[in-house]
Design a protein around this ligand. Structure first.
Ligand SMILES: *Cc1c(COP(=O)(O)O)cnc(C)c1O
Length: 356
């Protein structure tokens, strides 16, 4: 039987997607060729790319005037690309430092210009989302990280600004409704909620590009990728295909409004147990809790061995916390069924029984 996969990333994908993807590797759409051995310019693959792009537009209701790209280099390259494409020569960008990924985004942007870190939750190991910050006027853009994968915090309210708004949505894209029109650039590595590692989704407002006054290397220039429909160079055909399958799965499920409800139920079930069970405590501030990554600790670290044996026996995998936080992290992305969360809750209750 398949394990209950709580991995933070790469992470769980729907079983039917894995099955279709594995079939396409051997014989894609009955053309007697593998998906990964045909030209990316073939009619078959161009159709995959178009489908994937259209599904993103449809599911997120991307307005006119935005481009959808499937790039490579992960969200980590977007840390740099965002700055290359939006930070003006001698300009300043404002960053919200809400975790290790935000801090890495800051580091890359600093290579190109002035970075103003306007708020940080580093003082408490990033267990909350800063709220009382002021965004200086005249910055080129404001950068935030919608969901902090390592710490289990999530923005419930995005910054409001007259400047451009950029967001790393790697670990909660497609998990809840968002208003794309509020953002000028959204990026997300595929491997948290969309597909396998190897492609990065970028949604960018066309009119904000081409205004920095700097020369941009082709591979880092969104306008180059837009003009080539994400095929400036050979695209990551397999990750794009699997992402397309996952988005089809999501559409058939009822799209984002449907998955949002399910995600809320899943998170509520697990947080309720964390708050009820005296042997556990949540890591993130309650009001900032993530619906995707649930972080918690044992009240008494000495119970670790007993609890680890219990969840191992229950077929649970991937709940070890990030090394910087310790404890446990249950990542409950879109493809995680509520039944698996119930198995974890049962394991937590078993610990309680054992210790009473
Ligand atoms: C995983 C993650 C990243 C890094 O993504 P890569 O694709 O490995 O570069 C960046 N930001 C967030 C929020 C993440 O969860």
């Amino acid at each position: 039987m398949k394990k209950h996969n709580f991995s933070a990333g790469p992470c769980i994908l729907p079983q039917e997607v894995l099955k279709k993807a594995s079939e396409a590797v051997v014989n894609f759409n009955n053309i007697n060729l593998s998906l990964i051995e045909i030209s990316h310019r073939s009619k078959e693959f161009v159709e995959v790319m178009e489908n994937a792009r259209n599904l993103v537009k449809e599911l997120l209701q991307v307005p006119q005037g935005y481009s959808v790209l499937f790039l490579q280099g992960g969200a980590s390259l977007e840390f740099l690309m965002a700055a290359y494409n939006l930070l003006k020569v001698d300009g300043t960008a404002a960053y919200l430092d809400t975790g290790a990924w935000s801090a890495k985004a800051v580091k890359e942007a600093k290579l190109l210009g002035n970075v103003d870190v306007i708020a940080s939750s580093k003082d408490k190991t990033y267990n909350y989302i800063p709220k009382n910050y002021t965004i200086p006027s005249g910055v080129d853009y404001v950068h935030c990280t919608s969901n902090n994968t390592i710490y289990g915090t999530q923005f419930k309210q995005f910054p409001t600004t007259d400047s451009l708004l950029v967001c790393d949505m790697s670990s909660d894209i497609f998990s809840k409704q968002i208003d794309v029109s509020k953002f000028d650039l959204i990026y997300a590595g595929a491997q948290k909620n969309m597909g396998p590692a190897g492609t990065t989704l970028v949604i960018v407002k066309d009119e904000v590009l081409g205004k920095t006054g700097r020369a941009i290397p082709s591979m880092l220039d969104y306008q180059v990728h837009i003009s080539k429909d994400s095929m400036f160079n050979t695209p990551p055909v397999f990750p794009v295909y699997v992402s397309m399958l996952t988005l089809e799965w999501l559409k058939n499920l009822g799209g984002i409004p449907a998955i949002e409800k399910i995600n809320e139920q899943k998170a509520a079930l697990l947080y309720a147990e964390i708050d009820r069970n005296p042997h556990f405590k949540g890591f993130a501030e309650k009001e900032d809790r993530s619906l995707m990554n649930v972080t918690f600790n044992l009240t008494n670290e000495a119970d670790k061995e007993v609890f680890d044996a219990i969840w191992n026996d229950a077929g649970i995998s991937g709940i070890k916390g990030h090394r910087s936080v310790g404890g446990y992290r249950a990542s409950i992305y879109n493809a995680m069924p509520i039944e698996s969360i119930q198995v974890l809750v049962d394991a937590m209750q078993q610990l309680e029984k054992k210790l009473s």
